[in-house]
Design a binder for this molecule. Sequence first.
Ligand code: ADP
Ligand code: GN1
Ligand code: MG
Length: 364
Amino acid sequence: MKTSTLSELATQFTVDIIIDTIKPFGNGYINDTYLITTMPSSAPNYILQRKNHKIFKNVAGMMDNIRITTDHIRKQLIAVGTTEIERKVMTYYSAKNGNLFINDDEGNFWTLFLFIADSKSVESIENPAQAYSAARAFGHFQKQLADLPGEKLIETIPNFHNGISRLNDFKIAIKEDKAGRVKDHQDLIEKILNRSEQMTSLQRGLENKTLPLRITHNDTKINNILFDKNNEPLCVIDLDTVMPGSALYDFGDAIRSIGNKAPEDEPDLSKIIFNTEIYTAFAQGYLSSARDFLTSEEVNNLAFSCRYMAWEQTMRFFTDFINGDLYYKTAYPGHNLVRTKAQMRYLEVLEENREQMEEIVAKG
Ligand code: ADP
Ligand code: GN1
Ligand code: MG
């Protein structure tokens, strides 16, 4: 995208900036993110982001969610006298019409928010202390939103972590076989289907209310948290999927992202190894901030939630591969299949470590 077009978009928000550079930024799979540096060099920097409106079909509703949640957190931070609030909660800017987004001529949706200064995000966890801090931050984030009534928020992606609905989408994709990719993968299909009864228990638990519905982040990949230079967590970011959900989604998805010693798209399956130290630190950090609000049913299912999220993600990558790579950004042909196989292997590794994972949570 041309820099002049991007600059023109940035000027439509109610913040005065003198743009120096605009460059693609970050490694997200969904949105298009650009870092805007400004002049003078002491002025704040910004992020201009094109929201993926094919995935988020109600961007206006999503931005209302973001406004409600960030306002709520900001008020709490002010109430307890927090310093440097703008580094601890996301600051989005309004467009001149008051919305937190603008549309370009092609109907794309753009947002502008503050780049959090002196922060870093990591693509893979660096050490157990960082896992402990990240877990505390994700637990704290859930706690900050605990007194926000769930009915104020829409589901930005309906049934996002609903295993029954994801399974249904997967079966439809196999049946339709739109891209002619189903053949040769029967083994993988069976591995997913064989686990469906056990894995859909999380959704049944939410439906019969043995598990509570809360407001959760729903995308707790490690690169969705910013740290300061001392590895202290600053701010939870990527709020597009903040909506009603289960606390188990956030715990399970974080371990999906950091409990694996290999990257999410590791082609060599022998490198997919469970990182016990990181899991232990994350579980301890999470329980230290969430134990006082989690129910015993939730605590008893924390280890299971890691297997659930790996199963769901295997199915999501595989569904996208079968559908012809329509959802996730891919870097090469077959990327989603590589991700699927790696995620399936990770699920098996988690199953091999089941007892140990349960004991670690029980010890707290
Ligand atoms: P996606 O939904 O595509 O994952 P994100 O909102 O997570 O997009 O942004 C992509 C990356 O940009 C993040 O992983 C992080 O590295 C960086 N980033 C996002 N928001 C900020 C922010 N407010 N300050 C600094 N860096 C940010
Ligand atoms: C996407 O947006 P990003 O890259 O943080 C996806 C997550 C997946 C993840 C897999 C809105 O996260 O649900 O778990 O990729 N986000 C959405 O890496 O689908
Ligand atoms: Mg992200």
